[in-house]
Ligand binder design. Structure first.
Ligand code: HAM
Length: 422
């Protein structure tokens, strides 16, 4: 028997209420901030991610689903959303629109990583980008949207971890300092990190090997190297957050897994944090548009991991609204009445009433048991007697289990008016 590919998941109907809940909250929060939906392709030219996420990152080095299409072009299933959204912004001349352009999407993303709880090869993100503005109030708006989304879902004990990565003025100084420190500790680093020290020293900071993590503990911090404008931006961002009651937690080790970040970076962590637990992360990427061949265009955004949010909701036992049950279940006695029954079901549905019914040749008693299991509010029973009299027995399935008989001709109006047994 075939299985879903490793690192992917089937979301079965009983779990889909979590997805509906999270996606509905995402859309609702995005609209509250006037973010509009954008949908980009599932795959892009490989260079879109290579140039922006960065050659030395785990994502580009090890995790991309890259293939040559039949025309010989290199394509990649998106490992993240940001580069694709900025590509679309540039392609469609969105610089001509009022800035910032505020966009959100709900997307599937693909990374060939070692699957475990909270880490999958296909996963999903609520991705938000605000492009064309460098005001730190925008960083605060986007991070506040991320925060409000997580807390409005009902999650508690979260923290907003923040840091600043500097800009092309101060970052080189920081990278020099970091590289010098890592060279001095080369003997304690893994082979990969010795190589990263020269090519991309920031990537050593998120190496998962315990000996490297020990070295990282004492490494220089980007926040200590910021130039005056970056420092002012970082401080103003945090002041805006505090104004709205969000207390950022300064985390000098937070570097994020992509090379495109400048200045603000953040992650939302659950109360107990491990390497697979960040519920989302984001930051500013003022150089990204240029890496894609566009004009200088600042931007800031975040992505929240839907699977991880759902795990956190389950761990914290947050009740989510159940999937809606049908309003009525149609039960009938005789096979020869099925055309009549099917016609009634479709008439009710056309009138906006949700209906389920039994198929095949099931006994009435079995159908009524199925009606109970379906969670429907009402059973509509059409036995031989009812059909002959042009009536329907309407039975309350939830409380009281009262019943009454109504003319079939009045049924649609009764249900449309929200009526039942009473
Ligand atoms: P990221 O931190 O790579 O950022 O991913 C965002 C979130 O996606 C993570 O915090 C996590 O919740 C979830 N996630 C990442 N990898 C996996 C995985 N293998 N399995 C399950 N969930 C995962 C970005 O993707 C950036 N594009 C965010 C951004 C938007 N920055 C600016 N704008």
């Amino acid at each position: 028997m075939y299985q879903a590919p490793r690192g992917t998941q089937d979301v079965l109907p009983e779990a889909s209420s979590y997805w509906a809940y999270v996606e509905q909250e995402a859309r609702g929060q995005a609209l509250l901030g006037n973010y509009a939906e954008i949908r980009t392709p599932t795959f892009e030219a490989t260079a879109v991610f290579q140039r922006t996420v960065g050659e030395g990152t785990d994502i580009v080095e090890k995790e991309m689903y890259t293939f040559l299409d039949k025309g010989g072009d290199s394509m990649t299933l998106r490992p993240e959303g940001t580069a694709a959204v900025v590509r679309a912004y540039l392609q469609h001349g969105m610089k001509q629109r009022p800035q910032p352009v505020k966009l959100y999407s709900l997307i599937s993303t693909y990374r060939y990583d070692r699957p475990q709880k909270g880490r999958y090869r296909q996963f999903h993100q609520f991705n938000v980008e605000a492009i064309g503005e460098d005001d730190p109030m925008l960083d605060a708006e986007v991070a506040a949207l991320h925060w409000r989304f997580c807390t409005a879902l009902g999650l508690s004990g979260l923290s907003l971890q923040v840091n600043s990565m500097g800009d092309p003025v101060c970052r080189p100084r920081y990278l020099d300092g970091l590289r010098a420190y890592l060279r001095a500790h080369a003997a304690e680093l893994c082979d990969d990190c010795r190589r990263r020290t020269e090519a991309n020293p920031l990537r050593v900071l998120d190496c998962k090997n315990p000996p490297c993590q020990l070295v990282v503990q004492g490494a220089p911090r980007s926040a200590d190297f910021l130039c005056a404008p970056c420092r002012a931006h970082f401080e103003q961002w945090q002041r805006y957050l505090r104004v709205v009651g969000i207390e950022p937690v300064l985390n000098a080790r937070l570097v994020r897994g992509m090379d495109y970040y400048t200045r603000s970076v953040w992650e939302v962590w659950p109360p107990v944090h491990g390497s697979q637990s960040a519920l989302g992360g984001g930051g500013r990427y003022d150089g990204l548009a240029e890496q894609l061949g566009g004009p200088p265009t600042p931007g800031v955004g975040f992505a929240a991991g839907i699977e991880r949010l759902i795990l956190a909701l389950q761990e914290q036992r947050v009740a989510v609204p159940p999937a809606p049950a049908p309003r009525v279940f149609l039960a009938y006695q005789r096979v020869e009445d099925k055309e009549h029954i099917f016609h009634l079901a479709e008439t009710l549905r056309a009138g906006g009433v949700s209906v389920d019914l039994a198929f095949g040749e099931r006994k009435l008693g079995k159908q009524l048991a199925a009606a109970d299991r379906s969670g429907a509010q009402l059973a509509l029973i059409l036995g031989e007697r009812e059909i002959a009299a042009g009536t329907v027995t309407v039975k309350e399935l939830r409380d009281g289990r009262e019943q009454r008989t109504v003319p079939e001709a009045e049924l649609a109006d009764l249900l449309a008016a929200g009526g039942g047994v009473r």
